[in-house]
Design a protein around this ligand. Structure first.
Ligand code: PCA
Length: 217
């Protein structure tokens, strides 16, 4: 009997002034769940350029996932932000958790300028919106550790037959946003529900929907 295909779902350690990272809070409770015939393996990644790469590579080798979905905090964003693209740049506004602060260095020397998500992002967006969750397509994952991991996932997936990958940024959780007067937030249970839905769509369909979700700025 062939083994159950797996989804490698990653979250990050806290960084900057935060005590928690909402991505790991939302992801870790999904470890061992089953969705669309796939088993979810939750994996914590360090918010550090070099260590996130080695830990991702190790997880990929041991889990052998069919799908990889990275999740990260985007403090200030108000919606579940499904990333369309990852770029071959590291330009860190603040040092990572290991003290590294690369400026204008490639994620992969000689790698392509960018990779598009290989998940059905518009179908995922539609499913989240249909469930009453705030969601959007984002055209930048930034230039920090999340973009780095998103790029690496897509780079590594491109070398493995049938493996697809993508990235979702999430807002602050309520307790984090409570410290900032204007910061949007979401409850962890809603983020987790959104991730389950996003995985269900990603795991069950390869072809995306044609659905307008562009921006002018
Ligand atoms: N967010 C950061 C890195 C880790 C995280 O959760 C980012 O957006 O790059």
């Amino acid at each position: 009997m062939s083994k159950t295909p797996r989804i490698l779902l990653t979250g990050f350690t806290p960084f900057g002034d935060e005590d928690i990272n909402p991505s790991w809070e939302a992801v870790r409770v999904l470890h061992g769940e089953h969705v669309a015939g796939h088993e979810v393996v939750a994996q914590l990644l360090p918010t550090a350029f070099d260590a996130s790469r080695s830990e991702l590579e190790q997880a990929l080798a041991s889990v052998e996932p069919a799908l990889m979905i990275g999740v990260g905090q985007a403090g200030g964003r108000s919606r579940l932000s499904i990333e369309r693209v990852a770029i071959n740049v590291q330009d860190a506004r603040l040092p990572d958790n290991a003290g590294a602060q690369p400026i204008d260095e490639p994620v992969i020397a000689d790698g392509p300028a960018a990779y598009f998500s290989t998940l059905p992002i518009k179908a995922m967006l539609a499913a989240l919106q249909a469930d009453g969750l705030p969601a959007e397509i984002s055209n930048t994952a930034g230039t920090y550790v999340c973009n780095h991991v998103a790029y690496l996932m897509l780079h590594l997936a491109a070398r493995r037959k049938g493996v697809r990958a993508g990235f979702i940024h999430i807002p602050y959780l309520l307790a984090q946003a409570a410290r900032f007067p204007q910061a949007p937030s979401m409850a962890q249970a809603d983020v987790t529900r959104g991730l389950m839905l996003a995985m269900r769509v990603a795991a069950s369909q390869v072809i995306d929907r044609k659905l307008g979700a562009g921006t002018l700025d």
